[in-house]
Design a protein around this ligand. Sequence first.
Ligand code: PLP
Length: 429
Amino acid sequence: MDPDDILAIDQAHAWHPYTSTLDRDPVYPVRSAHGCRIELMDGRSLIDGMASWWCAIHGYNHPALNQAAREQLDQMAHVMFGGLTHEPAMRLVRSLVALTPEPLQHVFLCDSGSVAVEVAIKMALQFWISAGRPERHRLLTIRSGYHGDTFNAMSVCDPVTGMHHLFNRVLPQQIFAPAPGCRFGEPCTDADIAPFAELIERHQHELAAVILEPIVQGAGGMRFYSAEYLQQVRALCDQFDVLLIADEIATGFGRTGRLFACEHAGIAPDILTLGKALTGGYLTLAATLASRRVAHGISSGAPGVFMHGPTFMGNPLACAIANASIELLLAQDWAANIQRLERGLTAGLAPCRGQSGVADVRVLGGIGVVEMERPVPMREIQRRLVDSGVWVRPFGRLVYLMPPYVISDAELTQLCAAVVEVIAGRSGF
Ligand SMILES: *Cc1c(COP(=O)(O)O)cnc(C)c1O
């Protein structure tokens, strides 16, 4: 197909994330992608600043991941997971158990991040049903969170920037503490944790779990908060016997400078969700890990089984690529590499600090954020960024970068410079 055919079909029939079929956002046809580059069909080569929404940590078209996919294809692309098992899934299950905190011993493989969150919430609810405490069915979370687009996941997304007003009649009503005010690297004072502490105490009898993104709140505002806050949340969950669900779908696999963001606080959740970078951005796959206590609690009550089972559960192709991606990550000094990204993003975005219209500039690990005072005009800024040779997709007031880990120093400099230039040269935002 030539680019015009692609655009015509796209325009007539394709729905993109969060878009209208009437007022179309521009889209850019892609021919291929390699390493840290996205090649457009018009011949332009863009430096990727998004890792395709946290996923493509090793860059695109990686030989090791390609080879893992090919080898697995020759064995089997898929078999059902009901009653059958296989090496790709068992290798993955074994490494996820080994890499995550000790209490997490039971792995539920599923299709996507949102499904992993649904599974995590269902586990928490079923745990309390099994324990004879069905009234423990609500969730406590913090504002500015993002946990996915399915209904239970939406119910714990930020109530203002999320979709609560639209779906209010059907969404479960959850409990929201303010977003943590203490920033990453800062202490968490009694005043910082007080609103959360007050809510967990007041609602303990009806709470199944607390759910939050540890340390980095992603799509809900790209906020980095104090590790001490997370430690206090863990302590309060223990005190009031409320389960803790850590959603590491965005933060997992090194992005924040630790393999998992919970490690910044040295805490273990009762339930953990993983996704996004799990397959290095090749295929959709996610996992929900549960502690022995949660898994055995569910299994010892009625009906005695966990009530979930996706068709594509444990897909061998996705698992084989995930195994190759994890192996590739662990075979290198990934932590030093993330520090390199952190230094590059810090230096590269520094010129935005103090510019008019810029509210904040912050960097953690491989994540760089320029927060504006007002929402940016996405189509215009997107076009200007593409014209400067980079792929960055701002949303709301946020222009943010989370490049593939393989980005070179020169590419990182160029990526940041394009953002600095577009922000400095902007008109009307
Ligand atoms: C992206 C994301 C999800 C949802 O994952 P999908 O694969 O898009 O369904 C859930 N939680 C967090 C923290 C995420 O960043």
